[in-house]
Write a protein that binds this ligand. Structure first.
Ligand code: KG4
Ligand code: ZN
Length: 345
């Protein structure tokens, strides 16, 4: 058993957790920047990294301060090193390196997507293989077939907008604040999901590739046709039935796309286990629909509780534990990386 201090600063949240292997979170803290980026209608990278720099030492000290007295010592430091906003990643990476040197413990850089991929197992007794892992977030819509620890292949990604990004852009067009996903999710329950019919995308690049920009454009066209641009700034959106119906129909379509993708991969790979992660895995319609399908088809469905769906440091520490147990750590010269080749990760 060992304790790992984990840091995650790849985007706009700064998250730190102290994890006791294999998966017990002893203390954790996340500093959200939502109220800052809300004003700009999206994330401003330069602002995000500066905010991380201001908050990082306080957040780490809080996590260590909140941990039980006899468990404050840690034996390794893990940090997200890719993919993400480089300025944001560098803040966490450099802080972790400095702390590793000062505390004389090993340091390891972790792929953020691998963190998400394994996050559904943070609340399980063990990791069960194989599984189809779908990461749906503001930056990614990646489907993986995972056969073992560090043994996975990316089957496909979105060829354009990520699923969360499509939610955020539709919300922005309606005049709703950032991030739009949770707001649209709540409003969708009040609309008729069958009023607007949107076609499901056919992506030439391969059957596990998705696309959300066509759907987003079709929704934006309906927004214009019904004069719903920025409606949330003119009246309460709850009072506009066309807006509520449009949101419900959009959500109905995103749910169908996710469902179709997972069913197709399950058939092809003869795999009856789905592990969903990323911020959009909080979505109530997706959770509900996949729950029903999983029951009908006798599939095992794993989705983390919302705090482990969105960006968090516990998932980074969890994956780090797997590598450290296998004797893997990183050199202090490790650099941050903005993006990954989809084929490899
Ligand atoms: O994983 P995450 O916290 O950060 C990234 O790595 O991107 O995901 C954030 C994304 C945002 O696009 C947000 O709108 C979306 O997840 N999101 C949701 C819901 N909760 C968060 N989208 C749809 N329904 C939700 N309930
Ligand atoms: Zn993420």
């Amino acid at each position: 058993m060992m304790r790992i201090l984990a840091l995650e600063t790849s985007c706009d949240d700064l998250s730190c957790a102290l994890l006791e292997t294999p998966r017990q979170v002893l203390s954790s803290c996340t500093a959200s920047q939502v109220s800052i980026h809300e004003r700009f209608g999206g994330i401003v990278p330069e602002v995000a990294s500066r905010e991380h720099l201001k908050a990082v030492s306080q957040v780490v000290q809080k996590v260590l301060g909140d941990a039980p007295e006899e468990k404050k010592a840690f034996q390794a430091i893990a940090v997200t090193c890719k993919p993400g906003l480089v300025g944001s990643l560098l803040v966490g990476l450099n802080f972790a390196k400095g702390l590793a040197l000062a505390a004389r413990v090993p340091f390891i850089g972790i792929n953020h997507l691998e963190g998400h991929l394994f996050s559904p197992f943070l609340e399980q007794e063990k990791i069960t293989f194989p599984f189809l892992g779908l990461v749906i977030s503001g930056g990614h819509t990646n489907l993986y077939f995972v056969e073992g620890f560090a043994k996975y292949q990316c089957l496909g990604v979105s060829v354009d907008d990520a699923l969360g990004e499509a939610y955020d852009k539709v919300a922005k067009a309606l005049g709703l604040s950032y991030p739009g996903g949770p707001i649209l999710d709540r409003l969708a329950a009040k609309g008729n999901p069958l009023r607007f019919r949107f076609t499901l995308p056919q992506v030439k690049r391969g059957k596990y590739f998705t696309s959300f920009s066509g759907l987003k454009t079709a929704v934006l066209e309906e927004i214009r046709a019904h004069r719903l641009e920025q409606i949330a700034q003119r009246q309460s959106i709850e009072e506009s039935q066309p807006a509520l119906d449009l949101i419900a129909s959009f959500q109905n379509t995103t749910t169908k796309i996710v469902e179709r993708l997972l069913i197709q991969a399950s058939e092809d790979f003869q795999c009856a286990r789905w592990a969903l992660s990323g911020g959009v895995a909080c979505n109530s319609a997706i959770r509900k629909r996949l729950g029903q399908v999983a029951e009908q088809k006798k599939m095992e469905l794993l989705i983390p509780t919302p705090k482990f769906c969105t960006d968090n440091a516990a998932m980074i520490g969890f994956v780090a534990a797997g590598y450290l147990e296998r004797g893997v750590s990183s050199a202090l010269s490790l650099n941050a990386q903005a993006s990954l080749e989809w084929e490899n990760h």
